[in-house]
Design a protein around this ligand. Structure first.
Ligand code: PXP
Length: 242
């Protein structure tokens, strides 16, 4: 089984919201992403609903045929209730604060260990797979194991930032982190700033990568290549042996 591509469609909602109407149609785009080969759809509803709205999330659920992944901070009751109501295949817990432009750090799984444990069991009891967003830091990954989460999502912004200067150095902490997570029996996802430039190298130099969620670069590439071609290009980059 290779690595699945989950397309984060928040940027589509941002574009729609900029004009107030329903263009582009977020639900249609999500279904088209699936038709073009994406194996999952990711949304990240934030409390101010400046990207994906809570209503979008409710409407997407019955339409999707691939894995639905909802990301967000479970400390917001509105988010917690939404996920428990919609019951996606996976919830990715992110320690965002209100108004944050985009996620910029993983969980401190030791300081917040008991909170995460309780929240994860709530989702697991509802039949929802959990993933928690963590830096490529062995201590945080070992802490994640203690929370009972099914998976971790490795926060790849550091990798992406360092990639142009020294890709070997950039990927090293992720190679080590993915090996440790696999040993611990955790499922491994990854995301943030992955792109056509850096994705393939990441996949080749990590182990056990089950899923990547990609938004910003993929939607930007679609302006040039079109959505269908772009999804195909990302799927090709995910193949382990080229
Ligand atoms: N994973 C998480 C937890 C995120 O918050 C985001 C951005 O919303 C992504 C993945 C996708 O990042 P990008 O838009 O840079 O591909």
């Amino acid at each position: 089984m290779g690595t699945k591509l989950s397309v984060n469609i928040n940027k589509i909602a941002t574009l729609r919201n900029s004009r107030g109407g329903n263009t582009p149609d977020v639900l249609q785009v999500a279904m088209d992403c699936e038709r073009f080969g994406a194996q999952g759809i990711t949304v990240h509803p934030r409390p101010d609903e400046r990207h994906i709205r809570y209503k979008d999330v409710r409407e997407l659920k019955p339409l999707l045929t691939t894995e639905f992944n909802i990301e967000g901070n479970p400390r917001e009751k509105k988010f917690l209730d939404l996920v428990l109501e919609v019951k996606p295949a996976q919830v990715t817990l992110v320690p965002d604060v209100i108004g944050q432009v985009t996620s910029d750090h993983g969980w401190d799984t030791i300081t917040h260990g008991s909170y995460l444990k309780d929240t994860i069991s709530l989702f697991n009891d509802a039949g929802i797979r959990t993933s928690i967003f963590v830096d490529a830091d062995i201590k945080m990954i070992e802490g994640a194991k203690e929370t009972g989460t099914n998976r971790i999502e490795l926060y790849t912004e550091d990798y992406a930032r360092q990639y142009p200067a020294d890709r070997e150095k950039a990927v090293k902490p992720y190679s080590i982190a993915s090996k440790r997570a696999l040993e611990l029996g955790l499922g491994i996802n990854a995301g943030h700033d992955l792109s056509l430039e850096n994705l393939s190298y990441f996949v080749q130099h990590t182990v056990g990568l089950l899923e990547v969620s990609i938004g910003h670069a993929l939607i930007s590439d679609a302006l040039y290549f079109g959505l269908e071609n772009t999804i195909q290009l990302y799927l090709r980059s995910l193949k382990k042996v080229k």
